[in-house]
Design a binder for this molecule. Sequence first.
Ligand code: HEC
Ligand code: HEC
Length: 287
Amino acid sequence: MAKAIKHVAVLFAGMMLGGSTAALAGGPSDDKLIIDDEMEIITRTAAPEGHPLDEVISGWHYRTKETRALEADSFQNPGMLYVERGEEIWNTVDGAAGKSCASCHGDDGEFLKGIGANYPKWDEANNRPINIELQINACREANMEAKPYKFDAADQKALTTYIRHQSLGMPVEVDLTQGDMKSWWDKGEELYYTRTGQLNLSCATCHEDYNGNYIRADHLSQGNVNGFPTYRLKQSSMVSLHNRFRGCIRDTRAEFPAAFSDDLMALEVYVTWRGSGLSVETPAVRQ
Ligand code: HEC
Ligand code: HEC
């Protein structure tokens, strides 16, 4: 135990050296996110019952002024190119059944309104939660006779981005009363607080205890998922949620679970719930 505490202290001492005193003093910004001067995004809201914090805050507030401005202007937001690409895929025939997504679900985005705000959902047939990526694959296989996408295939990220974007501004809400969602929430909560890796850190160490502090040049947010897939400036591309989870776990120098594994699905259920009430921001712009 003593060893564990030392590790955290050493890590943070090392990582925080990069931040200036002024930077360390800065909390989340007080700005409002209004996209294209017309759509107000809920980026702060009262936490749901049972949440360890009083207020849930979008990662947008923790980014620099320049990065925040990119997200507020859909012409400048580089993630919007992926929304366009996703719309193209939605309307393109693929697979042996000769169908596109639009063949069954229409091409006006009406079907998708709200869907991106309410995933993950309970998947009765497979007796586990399903997220957008897996729902896309399910429809490709069963309804299009097309191959499922491999994890993080460019088309998977673009189509997921398009689907979520159709719920832009709508508050995130996961229905924990469906099926066995509650036990996946429990498992996700347990994982969130379990310290792992050589650095012996949990999600909560960084995103709850050190929230608002700097780790190297990065301002630690609450780690909410309402903007995923997000456009990361560092990578100049879209980053999926499970890729982000894996990156965060890798940073603790732990082995990271496979995408869509039970562990990452449980984390998706739990962490999505932690951001309940925040608007869908996809495609959010992050560092
Ligand atoms: C042949 C018709 C057909 C095609 C083509 C099809 N789907 Fe579906 N889709 C369905 C049916 C039927 C359901 C509802 C039952 C189910 O979940 O399978 C559904 C459900 C969904 C849902 C879940 C809706 C909800 O309320 O949660 C999403 C999202 C979805 N489809 C996306 C897609 C995408 C993306 C594509 C293209 C890759 C696609 N579908 C192609 C028939 C189709
Ligand atoms: C060593 C510290 C550290 C740990 C441990 C850590 N993260 Fe992160 N995480 C970061 C940093 C740094 C960022 C980028 C800045 C930010 O948004 O906090 C980040 C970003 C995120 C984001 C994106 C937030 C956004 O607004 O785009 C999510 C989601 C996330 N983390 C989830 C997790 C989960 C789940 C775990 C546990 C499995 C975890 N993190 C563990 C440091 C950490």
